[in-house]
Design a protein around this ligand. Sequence first.
Ligand SMILES: Nc1ncnc2c1ncn2[C@@H]1O[C@H](COP(=O)(O)OP(=O)(O)OP(=O)(O)O)[C@@H](O)[C@H]1O
Length: 454
Amino acid sequence: MANKGKILVVEDEFIVADDLQQMLKKAGYEVCGIASSVQKARKLIQQHQPDWVLIDIILKGDYSGIDLGNELMQQHIPFLYISANTNQRTLEAAKLTRPHGFLVKPFREKDLFIMLDIARYKLQTETNRDEDRKFRKTVDVSPHLNDTGSHTAEILEKIRIVAPADTSVLITGESGTGKELVAKAIHRLSLRSELPMVVVNCAALPVALIETELFGHEKGAFTGAGQRRVGKFEQAHQGTIFLDEVGELSPDAQVKLLRVLQEKEVVRIGGDVPVKIDVRVIAATNRQLEKEVAEGRFRLDLYYRLNVFPIELVPLRDRKRDIPLLADYFLKKYSEKNRAGVEKITENAMRQLISYDWPGNIRELEHLIERHVLLATGKDIPAFDLSSSATAPGVEQTGRLKTMDEMERDHILSALQASKGKVSGAGGAAELLGLPAQTLYSKMKRLGIKQVFK
Ligand SMILES: Nc1ncnc2c1ncn2[C@@H]1O[C@H](COP(=O)(O)OP(=O)(O)OP(=O)(O)O)[C@@H](O)[C@H]1O
């Protein structure tokens, strides 16, 4: 019979374990071990890397089968529960760990075989779906990146070089330049691609939570810590951790992070046993970290650890050559996705894109094209409406507040653009702004607005 894969049995009753072993062998599985506790199971999993784990829920020792299920879920190792305990709370807790099956004791041999067959089928369809998604993502980023000489082609080359090397990578660039996309591409092309890339947005986490989030905590470590929690570093074991907005970490969190990177182990909060971790670190920031270091906000030693291989993403306004490539790519993507039949961006419209400043970078370009594909009535996009900027009104990219005059000037210019230069009368800018035409004329004069749009 064909080998259906390696399976580890976690069961503390010897007789039941032995029965299971016989049944599994009969069904074509290779039983790679029997563990009577979660601690032993962890060792055997490391040693044999089973394809499946069959877990009894109630086990002797400090950890239950559900604790192990939790860990396996994070590590993406498929597992099934077997248990005599079917009370609601246990079932609910078990469900949260997303097992591939659950069998109630006592069971017939046939029930076990059916459960395993269903689990294998489910896993196969999941894997197909993942592969499909991965494949789509790969083709999603690559075609337009390959144009030699473009900034994106240079970046792709760097990704290709660094991906298999397992070193830390620091990606810098303004918001929307594609930092996360680059991180994903590095992970996908690395030897760790079969394991997850765990994303941590350091800016989105309150200072008080960041340590629990990164390093996890033991049950009862602090008020409210009802359950043990595995931190992101442990979740990323053997995979990649992506520390987005790393420049936002507090000094305390920076010290802790540095220690984890040096020691290659984490200690959960409230715990004393260090857990070995093997992760590749990719960090990103839209701050200039050198400046943060110089001004004492970011630790130099941590900066050196992270910045082994720097990748700098240039703002879109400084890589104008890439604009047509990206624009055509997004046009095709969204036209196909929405079956919109939009084939082209006219030369005029492309010129508009090239001369625009792109404060929101590639993200802004992508959204703009998506919107215009949806609004298009013909086969091409004749012009873009660039009046709604990606930044919040009144705030420049540098974060400087605009003066009232600057705000007023911008607002009047937008109205004039919308009215195609017409100031007074029906549909004119004065009407749009709810002002008497004379008032608008004098404001324009004061603010130095002479240009009349055609
Ligand atoms: N080279 C590229 N090709 C196609 N799409 C891209 C490219 N670069 C960025 N994008 C798209 O632009 C959007 C923003 O990218 P991403 O989230 O990676 O930027 P970011 O720099 O991480 O932004 P933030 O700093 O705001 O988190 C995404 O939708 C991404 O798919």
